[in-house]
Design a protein around this ligand. Structure first.
Ligand SMILES: CC(C)(COP(=O)(O)OP(=O)(O)OC[C@H]1O[C@@H](n2cnc3c(N)ncnc32)[C@H](O)[C@@H]1OP(=O)(O)O)[C@@H](O)C(=O)NCCC(=O)NCCS
Length: 197
């Protein structure tokens, strides 16, 4: 029989520490915003994290997701739900408990939903109105490898793998694996002539 508690513990133990995830998220966010992204010291990193929480649309909500994930890993009650609610209220970011996001992901504006056994690699860029979700009856979600760019309104459905460096076009509906480096568009998403990878 599957021990669901053990599975959750193993999953939560894989969430990155805040001291690793937050500076990495801040670096890629600042870089994509065309701002200074090399931090001179830990204090400088804290200052930049606070600045981004104030000036960027989604960073505070992303940080709240990070806090939720770590608090859950530490077994803290109540506060994770509060952090989740705040992330939804601030930037419409709803990242489910089983979702694992590596340090260093850029969520451009918010309006991002992900749930299920989804893994998102470092360097991934998520435009607004993106959903990474499940096929009915299957909890396995997508694996989004590093440096994938997901265009606005795109949906990634089911246990597909999107290979490193791929680009998913605006409004694409991804239901099959995407090769590393490919560019896919449309519903269902298919490689463009130029970006077949
Ligand atoms: C998919 C994308 C990355 C392709 O960019 P590109 O490599 O420069 O490709 P091109 O613009 O040369 O387009 C290649 C082909 O795909 C088509 N295409 C491009 N984007 C498309 C999309 N989202 N949906 C459907 N077709 C698309 C083009 O019409 C073109 O078709 P053709 O070969 O028949 O003429 C880009 O169009 C895109 O959708 N980016 C997302 C941007 C975004 O979400 N911005 C919001 C930020 S907040």
């Amino acid at each position: 029989m599957i021990d669901a508690d053990a599975l959750w513990r193993a999953l939560r133990a894989r969430h990155p520490r805040l001291r690793v995830a937050l500076p990495a998220d801040a670096r890629v966010t600042a870089q994509h915003r065309g701002e200074r992204y090399e931090f001179r010291s830990r204090l400088d990193a804290v200052g930049q994290i606070l600045r981004l929480a104030w000036v960027s649309d989604a960073f505070l909500a992303q940080a709240l997701y990070r806090a939720k994930a770590r608090l859950q890993a530490l077994g803290v009650p109540v506060l994770p739900r509060l952090a989740h609610r705040l992330a939804m209220a601030i930037a419409q970011i709803s990242i489910g408990d089983p979702v694992l996001i590596e340090p260093g992901v850029y969520i451009i504006h918010g309006q991002f939903v992900a749930d299920g056994l989804v893994e998102i690699g470092s360097g991934v860029i998520v435009a607004p109105f993106v959903t990474i979700g499940l096929r009915a009856g299957d909890v396995r979600g997508a694996t989004i490898e590093s440096n994938v760019s997901i265009g606005t309104g795109a949906k990634v459905i089911g246990g597909v793998t999107v290979g490193a460096g791929a680009q998913i076009g605006a409004n694409a509906v991804v239901v099959d694996d995407v090769r590393a480096g490919a560019t896919v568009v449309g519903a269902p998403a298919r490689p463009t002539a130029q970006g077949a990878g």
